[in-house]
Design a protein around this ligand. Sequence first.
Ligand SMILES: *[C@@H]1O[C@H](CO)[C@@H](O)[C@H](O)[C@H]1NC(C)=O
Ligand SMILES: *[C@@H]1O[C@H](CO)[C@@H](O)[C@H](O)[C@H]1NC(C)=O
Ligand SMILES: *[C@@H]1O[C@H](CO)[C@@H](O)[C@H](O)[C@H]1NC(C)=O
Ligand SMILES: *[C@@H]1O[C@H](CO)[C@@H](O)[C@H](O)[C@H]1NC(C)=O
Length: 355
Amino acid sequence: MAIPLALAVFTTIITIISADADHQTPVTFIFGDSLTDVGNNNHLKYSLARSDFPFYGIDYIDQKPTGRFTNGRTIGDFVSEKLGIPSPPPYLSLNPTDDIILKGVNYASGGAGILNDTGLYFIQRMSFDDQIDYFENTTKVIKAKIGEEAANNLLNEAIYFIGMGTNDYINNFLQSFLPDAQQYTPDEFLAVLNLKLAEQLTRVYLLGARKMIYHGLGPLGCIPSQRAKSSTHQCLHQVNEWVIQFNSKVQKLINLLNMKLKNAQLTFVDTYQDVLDLVDSPSNYGFKVSNASCCNVDTAVGGLCLSNASVCKNRKEYVFWDAFHPSDAANAVLAERFFSKMFANHKGLITNHKG
Ligand SMILES: *[C@@H]1O[C@H](CO)[C@@H](O)[C@H](O)[C@H]1NC(C)=O
Ligand SMILES: *[C@@H]1O[C@H](CO)[C@@H](O)[C@H](O)[C@H]1NC(C)=O
Ligand SMILES: *[C@@H]1O[C@H](CO)[C@@H](O)[C@H](O)[C@H]1NC(C)=O
Ligand SMILES: *[C@@H]1O[C@H](CO)[C@@H](O)[C@H](O)[C@H]1NC(C)=O
């Protein structure tokens, strides 16, 4: 019975959107890491956080790698599909003055984090600060194109998807040889992240954003690269505890910013339990394996599905594609959950109200 109910909810949401479609097609700006990168890192010549090789994209259009860190679509691709818009193009693939920026841009970069030094060993990636710098550039170009007032209206009405923090743990704090791991206790590190994030979200607001959707972190202790550290291949409980604390802190920050910043409509979407449920009970969703990656690279250096990997036979049976990233099939399930929570938490998201 769960599926028909989900479909019913989904149909209602679609009706709300299409009723409004005459007024406005949503413009979306996306900030994030490898979970939402759609090809920015392909343009960073020296970046080690790249996925522009087979078998990435094996289930995407034309079976070609695009720079997405999965076999098919990202959660962002599925959400765009549900909003009835094409997935916004990667910023670095564009001429920054092209009209296409008026329809939305994706700034997400594999390896990126809230902190500037997160993902350092990938050599090149666009940190959240870098992504905001590029977005600032975009706002200037939009103002030059359509004028200050129309630009402000576009920026206020646009939806901003932000998903950051995973790499601050996986590719920073959880790497014991890095300075942040040695310098901070978990509580101190969380406070550093929170302070920086407050500054960053405020900056995005000051550039015109009002409707910001922050996607909380999943149970990182259960991704294959972390499980591989346990002798019994269990989820790392301590890592999941830190994630829960992070999510709770960011939720509070967002409540605070909503009070402090005039007309701000920030929303925190927490899909931690949804991911955990998928990992704990894969068969409820039609999956067979959630404790190992389809590419069988859980203990490999880098954990990516390199061209010499042995890919599983049925990619739809696996929750994880490589040691870090969900499969296309898992992203479809998670996008469904994300999408309905996003609307449940934020009723006025698409309606074209002013003021
Ligand atoms: C961020 O990192 C870059 C190098 O990647 C460095 O040039 C810059 O000074 C750093 N910024 C801050 C605020 O630490
Ligand atoms: C910023 O915008 C200008 C146009 O105003 C463009 O020429 C320039 O290349 C952009 N810079 C970056 C780093 O994207
Ligand atoms: C995954 O779980 C199954 C049982 O559901 C078990 O047989 C298998 O050994 C586990 N794989 C790993 C890598 O832990
Ligand atoms: C694939 O290639 C990488 C580097 O080229 C190597 O480190 C890895 O061991 C290889 N994996 C397999 C399964 O042969």
